[in-house]
Design a protein. Structure first.
Length: 124
């Protein structure tokens, strides 16, 4: 795929992702606090809202890595991953704006099937 074709594809996917996020807002978000459900779930589980978002995102990453998607096309899983990444980024941005220092965040270990993937020093 040439660069121009890729960017056309990427714009199309991002537009779909945004449409999915807007539709999900009606069910999962309030106008007052976009991250209210993540905060509630985090409080209930003793975890941060970001950790809740990562857990939800990893469900889709695992499905994508296994090539399995029964309920929705893989493109929908890709959009879900992108949207959760944006939500996690938004939560981090909100935390940064609320304090002068961003709270420390420890990435949980990632499990994909039987294999465990450890973060490298850069957190990637």
């Amino acid at each position: 795929m040439d660069k121009e074709s890729f960017y056309a594809y990427a714009h199309e996917v991002i537009d779909k992702c945004f449409a999915i996020m807007e539709a999900a807002d009606k069910e999962y978000a309030s106008d007052a606090d976009k991250f209210a459900n993540f905060k509630w779930q985090g409080e209930a589980e003793g975890r941060t809202p970001e950790q809740i978002g990562i857990t939800f995102m990893l469900k889709h990453v695992r499905s994508l890595s296994r090539g399995v998607s029964i309920r929705e096309p893989m493109e929908g899983r890709i959009c879900d991953i992108i949207n959760y990444a944006l939500l996690i980024g938004g939560m981090r941005e909100e935390a940064a704006q609320a304090t002068t220092t961003v709270s420390s965040f420890e990435w949980p270990p990632i499990y994909l099937g039987a294999d465990r993937i450890e973060d490298n020093e850069e957190g990637c």
